[in-house]
Write a protein that binds this ligand. Sequence first.
Ligand code: ADP
Ligand code: MG
Length: 380
Amino acid sequence: MSTQVTVKDGRLAVEGLVKTFKSSKGEAEDVVRAVDDVSLSVEPGRLLTLLGPSGCGKTTTLRCVAGLEHPNQGEIAVGERVLFSSSKGVRLPANQRGLGMVFQSYAIWPHMNVRKNVSFPLRARRGKDRLSRKEITERADRALAVVQLDHLATRPATDLSGGQQQRLALARALVMQPPLLLLDEPLSNLDAKLREDMRFELKRLQRDLGVTTVYVTHDQVEALAMSDVIAVMSNGKVEQMGRPTDIYNNPRSRFVADFVGTTNLIAGEVESREGDRYVVTTPQGRLAARSPGDLATGAQVIVSVRPEHIQVAEGEASTSAPGVWNGTIANRAFLGDAVDHLVSVGDFTVRTRCNPSIRFSRDSAVHLTFPSEHCSLLPA
Ligand SMILES: Nc1ncnc2c1ncn2[C@@H]1O[C@H](COP(=O)(O)OP(=O)(O)O)[C@@H](O)[C@H]1O
Ligand SMILES: [Mg+2]
């Protein structure tokens, strides 16, 4: 695939970013800390996703990097270039940052054809940055080739499908050869099937071009599929940052375990400990779990275990070892590529997920095995 649109190396570094808004509600001077001391970095050519629920500060963080919001505090740099620094008093205006941006409402210009939409930012250049008409057309067509729209260059932009308009918005962001690409929920206006296709498409493009990218989404599946690194955000803060497998397999807080993927959260108390191996007492029975943290005997904890990591077998257990519980099948949900069983253990319901060929009927007696390496201990 063509990688003719060159992008400059850009490492994004954000340090101690704070952005507050005055809340308009009522008389009292309420201040919302939309971004509350966020630090993160993205290595050149990598894709970082800001993942979190609505209102956690993803868009505001991105807009601060873009120069569309004025942060209260912090430092933002791309490569050697400082874009914003409260300590040095630097604040580059958005149009001098030279970043590529695609937002959820990827406003294309309806009165222009496809090529004109892409070349518009180039035609707007003045002074020493001014390009000849030939250069403009060449660069626009290269950007269109990258997103595979070159054959539609003269078509009115409004005649494109949703997915094509999305690619057009991307071409328009890439035509400036930005050192950094900022994408805010760019797929959320597309229907499910197209969204899934575009996910792969966008990831492939990003990797081929080697453009450093910050991607914003509230969709954990999208984040897990696309990212080199995920920063999970909550209440204006980064809760955990790591590779997708890290975030999924070793969540460090209840919030991350719950927000990313499906999990069982089981409350209990540390009974004993040997190194990183713990035994936890819960009202349903005991569990063996692991934690790199330092938790004392008697500490209140939450054990997080993913449904697909719990084994279900017929009949009662022949052991009373920690991590083996007896239960009853309460419900069963066929998901196509998997089947979920809800298993009652006393008053508690455990969700398990297995191959759809496995089926237990309602009310049958089963025992569950919780492998200790998949039981993450979290502070309560
Ligand atoms: N222009 C604004 N004025 C006042 N409050 C704002 C403004 N923009 C965002 N906020 C508030 O900041 C918080 C974070 O918003 P936002 O960054 O848009 O979250 P997200 O993109 O994660 O959904 C929210 O509480 C939101 O209401
Ligand atoms: Mg947002």
